[in-house]
Design a protein around this ligand. Sequence first.
Ligand SMILES: CC(C)(COP(=O)(O)OP(=O)(O)OC[C@H]1O[C@@H](n2cnc3c(N)ncnc32)[C@H](O)[C@@H]1OP(=O)(O)O)[C@@H](O)C(=O)NCCC(=O)NCCS
Length: 196
Amino acid sequence: MESSNRRVAVLTGERVVLSHVLRSDVPQCARWFADLELTAYLGMHGTSLRYEQEEQWFNRLNEGDDRTFAIVVRDSDSMIGTVTLSAINHLHGIAELGIAIGDKLAWGQGYGSEAARLMVEYGFVFLNLHTIHLWHVAFNQRGHRAYLRAGFRQAGVLRGASQFNGQRYDRILMDITRDDVPSSQLPRMIGQLDCE
Ligand SMILES: CC(C)(COP(=O)(O)OP(=O)(O)OC[C@H]1O[C@@H](n2cnc3c(N)ncnc32)[C@H](O)[C@@H]1OP(=O)(O)O)[C@@H](O)C(=O)NCCC(=O)NCCS
């Protein structure tokens, strides 16, 4: 039997679940987002967020139209990062995906691609989205490969649009559409809901 202390699984994958971000997660998130390597990968070069900024981020989480979930490893029930759909536009059915695994020991183990994929399927099934895009800096090859594995493809390049340590890097645009996801995969999102 599952312990009632385990985190709520909103969306269940093979190795990760997407769960609610809790107020008690704020100190951990603050430690992650104070880290210059993490923020550089996020394109926020030189930014080290303060605890108060992380609290403000948490307090605004459920105010707007964005959807953010905690990425939780099923085996350990530990939160390793967050994934967000932002700039959700219901008129056109589009949104932007952002993801940050703050626990560096969890990088490169397949968690990010699985979490991104879960969020994409959530967007297509529950938010009726058609196209989800993301941007990454060209030196973030781990991210690029994780997104390819999640089903994204490269959609464009903004040449030289990022600068780090005196060097210019491209910004890469990737996208995935509902048509890219076999319809047979989407019902697993819905579980027992009989809506065919
Ligand atoms: C980007 C991120 C979400 C990817 O999640 P992840 O769990 O680390 O990625 P996955 O393990 O699912 O996939 C990583 C892929 O990159 C490869 N990889 C791992 N380390 C790498 C490295 N140093 N350089 C290049 N590729 C690497 C893996 O082999 C895998 O590719 P494959 O499936 O073709 O074998 C996560 O690393 C992260 O949050 N990084 C810091 C913040 C960040 O970059 N956010 C995204 C901003 S756009």
